[in-house]
Design a protein around this ligand. Sequence first.
Ligand SMILES: [Mn+2]
Length: 314
Amino acid sequence: MTQSIIDVSCRFLAQNDKICLVCHASPDGDTVGGAFGLFYALKSLGKSVYVESFDGFPEKFRYLYPDNMEKFEPKHYVTVDVADVGLLGDCQKNLSFSLCIDHHEKNSIDARYKCVDSGAAATCEIIYSIVKHLGVKISRQIANCLYTGISTDTGCFRFSNTTPQTHKIAAELIESGAKSCEINFRLFEQKTKARLKLESLILKNLEYYFGDRCAIVFVTRDMVRQAGASETDFDEIASIARSPIDVLIGISAREVENCQYKVSVRSNQGASALNVCKFFGGGGHKMAAGFKISGDIETIKEKILQKVYEEIIH
Ligand SMILES: [Mn+2]
């Protein structure tokens, strides 16, 4: 990312006040961590600032946000980790945005200033540069926020978006007091009972095909009910089907409405999840893609397996 975009963004933030930072729907660690990292930095400069999430802030990020936040009529809206207005609440969609800070490849937010770097593993990497450039000392609180975002979006530094720069920033955040072990334990090891029950049902129903090179599972509404799972229990659930050692393509099809399925496809080196999903009108990244389909389980399964067969036997 060019330094000048950071310069422009910092000049805007330094020269303006009464700022509302906006998070995306189903807020994750990057949007919440990024927004609050910047929130604490701007607060330390004496600014009036608050964070808005129309979807609320998940309990699992309770350690990142303050008990009370004073709201006011903002002069400026700044989006954090929001790729598209479709990820905002109805009352936010038509706001005029002063600054957009993001790392998604396709960012369609209409903002006066755009600070978008698709080479960054997380929006929190960009916020890190902004905070440093603003001359704000990275406090322990800011460090915890930014570390949470980076660890979230890199799947604990396992995904291919992780760069040497990612590790360098993470190291500096730990030096500034980020509680990396505690955060990673919370994010990647600790689970609700409902989530564990859901995982056990998924493992029980996982089917293998093509000499174990494909694993597929249908997550029905009945299974979700049985587990007592809620929306947050589905984070990264699609990766379970890809985890068995010989699997090239792992598929999880979640029933969202009666006989309507949201299909998540994950692939390992040597196969493209995206190829499979494109055929069904979906999209995504090479190793992680998805699509929607309706019908009965057996018919859908047959169609998907046919396409997977073509993808892995070519
Ligand atoms: Mn992100």
